[in-house]
Design a protein around this ligand. Structure first.
Ligand code: NAD
Length: 276
């Protein structure tokens, strides 16, 4: 599988299609990630919060793949926003992942009212980690446009912003704010955690194209230009979700899926403006 790569604002590139491991139980993570690598995924999205970084690290080490061939993202946890805590937690992530560097390191949530809402100093800790070679690229997750603006004074623009996006929640405001400043949008819960697979708009397109609902939704994300990493622990679904590079949705298909957007009502996860 040759996944297209997107160039980030720091010159590094990221595979546009990857594999997410939220809610993969720690004892299962090594097996699941090993299978994902066998299937052909070369981009794994984990986080300190998921408590499965060590399984990811073991799977990458055991795969026999050169480290440079696998793109690993992890995220600084919500309890580590103070710069000294962030620095210690980044060091722990490197150990858990058994690697010298993280390809992409993110602040998981802005937490606007915790630790005085001072995620800008957390961001500076990520900049320091990048400058020290612990991370190649740095970015944020769940940042609303106002949170992004607060980072401007640091002079370092996040390479990515990872936010909730799926057909019932297109989240186009933050996507546009990302694009305006050269930050790539990564989408989380791309399949709406499975909830949008049976929507008749999706199933009709899937039937016409002889594809599955998951494949149609993943194509929608790819054709919108976002980075996407669906999660599954089932090998056949890993294969299915990766088999999306040899067909196209028509402009009418894209428009029909765009029409499923319910705005805030469609959001599954917490609103980052309120989540603490
Ligand atoms: P998802 O939208 O990828 O849905 C995953 C679920 O969809 C699976 O558990 C399974 O039930 C179903 N599924 C997957 N493939 C399928 C297929 N081919 N056929 C039928 N059902 C299928 O949900 P997600 O795990 O929430 O999101 C993906 C990744 O995004 C996560 O693993 C994680 O890496 C990341 N994420 C980040 C944040 C954040 O705050 N930054 C939050 C949530 C998720």
């Amino acid at each position: 599988m040759t996944t297209p790569r997107i160039t980030l604002n720091d010159g590094h590139t990221i595979p546009q299609l990857g594999f997410g491991v939220w809610q993969v139980p720690p004892p299962e993570a090594e097996r699941v990630v090993a299978e994902a690598l066998q299937v052909g995924y070369r981009h794994i999205d984990t986080a300190q919060m998921y408590q499965n970084e060590s399984g990811v690290g073991r799977a990458v080490a055991a795969s026999g793949l050169p480290r440079a061939d696998v793109f690993i993202t992890t995220k600084v946890n919500n309890n580590a926003h103070r710069p000294t805590d962030a620095a210690a937690s980044i060091q722990r992530s490197l150990e858990e992942l058994a690697t010298d560097y993280i390809d992409l390191l993110l602040i998981h949530w802005p937490l606007p009212t915790q630790y005085d809402g001072d995620f800008v100093s957390t961001w500076e800790a990520l900049v320091a980690a990048r400058d020290a070679g612990q991370a190649r690229s740095i970015g944020v997750s769940n940042f609303q446009p106002a949170h992004l603006e607060a980072l401007h004074r640091t002079g370092v623009t996040p390479a990515v912003n990872q936010i909730e996006v799926h057909p019932r929640f297109s989240n186009n405001g933050p996507r546009a704010a990302n694009a305006a400043q050269g930050t790539v949008t990564e989408v989380w819960s791309p399949l709406g955690q499975g909830s949008v697979l049976t929507d008749p708009v999706i199933t009709a397109i899937a039937e016409r194209l002889g594809r599955t609902s998951a494949q149609v939704i993943i194509r929608w994300h790819l054709q919108r230009g976002d980075v996407v990493f669906p999660k599954t622990v089932t090998r056949s679904r890993m294969v299915e979700n990766a088999d999306v590079l040899d067909f196209q949705l028509t402009p009418e298909d894209l428009q029909a899926i765009d029409g499923m957007n319910k705005g805030e009502e469609g959001r599954i996860g917490p609103n980052p403006d309120q989540f603490d």
